[in-house]
Write a protein that binds this ligand. Structure first.
Ligand SMILES: [Mn+2]
Length: 262
């Protein structure tokens, strides 16, 4: 049996990469973690039966021969897959667009820095002339737009834009996409971002101006990674990153351009 799975706190790019995977690997079952983002949960509540998708506790691990991992390359981010970790005969494929080094040793992998992970799988679907229904095209477009800020983030590549064109030509519905796409900043994200920007410690390092903030949070804030997009526009020359943990967020921004997107 082949399964395709992705990271916990599943975002739309991860979901659409799993869906693309089920088209790319005939007979494979998509396994979506129990913890998913709000818009993914909304989408699955009405569309799950249209796809080959199950939950991790519905899978019989001992019959899995091939594990396809999309949008991550780290064991700890998968949901209930530990049992597979030491299985020597297991074939593992990875499709990922993150540049972090992971700990999954793949038999084969496609890791390239595209704006969205689904772009990599879609490129292969196109190459093999596998056709997409309008619903499949719409699901893939939502993932593509979510990870690239509708092609606006600086991490967007020409391939992402070509992928969007292909999906639109295949009947992707922008009205449905707009319904499921998260706004770039929700109120809780704006509050955190403004607090971070208000209380910055500023200094210069090798002619680069840096501002560092640490903020403690009382409760978990879903989708905190949204704030990470500030990094892409404001700290190109620094390898600084906003990291969200359960109770703490810290980050570095360039104080001169420290205005959040509307
Ligand atoms: Mn992604």
């Amino acid at each position: 049996m082949k399964i395709i799975t992705t990271h916990k706190n599943t975002d739309f790019d991860a979901l659409s990469s799993v869906i693309a995977g089920t088209l790319l690997y005939p007979g494979a079952m998509g396994v979506i973690p129990k913890m998913v983002n709000k818009n993914v949960e909304q989408f699955l509540s009405t569309h799950k039966t249209a796809f080959n998708i199950v939950l991790p506790d519905e899978v019989e691990h001992n019959v899995i021969a091939t594990l396809v991992v999309v949008d991550t390359n780290s064991w700890k981010r998968l949901d209930r897959m530990e049992k597979l970790r030491d299985r020597e005969e297991l074939v593992i494929h990875i499709w990922d667009h993150h540049d972090q080094q992971g700990d999954i040793e793949a038999s084969w992998q496609c890791i390239k820095p595209t704006g969205a992970g689904v772009t990599l799988l879609l490129r292969e679907l196109q190459r093999r002339n596998i056709s997409l229904s309008p619903l499949e095209s719409t699901a893939l477009l939502i993932g593509l737009y979510e990870d690239t800020g509708s092609l606006g983030y600086p991490s967007t590549t020409a391939e992402d834009a070509q992928a969007a064109g292909y999906l639109l030509a295949n009947g992707a519905d922008l009205n449905v996409a707009a319904f499921f796409l998260n706004p770039p900043y929700e109120e809780a994200h704006k509050d955190i971002l403004f607090k971070l920007l208000e209380s910055t410690e500023k200094f210069s390092h090798r002619k680069i101006r840096v501002a560092v903030n640490i903020l403690s949070l009382d409760q978990k804030v879903p989708m905190l990674a949204t704030i990470d997009n500030v990094r892409a526009t404001q700290t190109k020359t620094l390898n600084a990153k906003v990291q969200g943990t359960r109770h703490k967020v810290q980050g570095s921004t360039h104080p001169k351009r420290a205005t959040p997107a509307p």
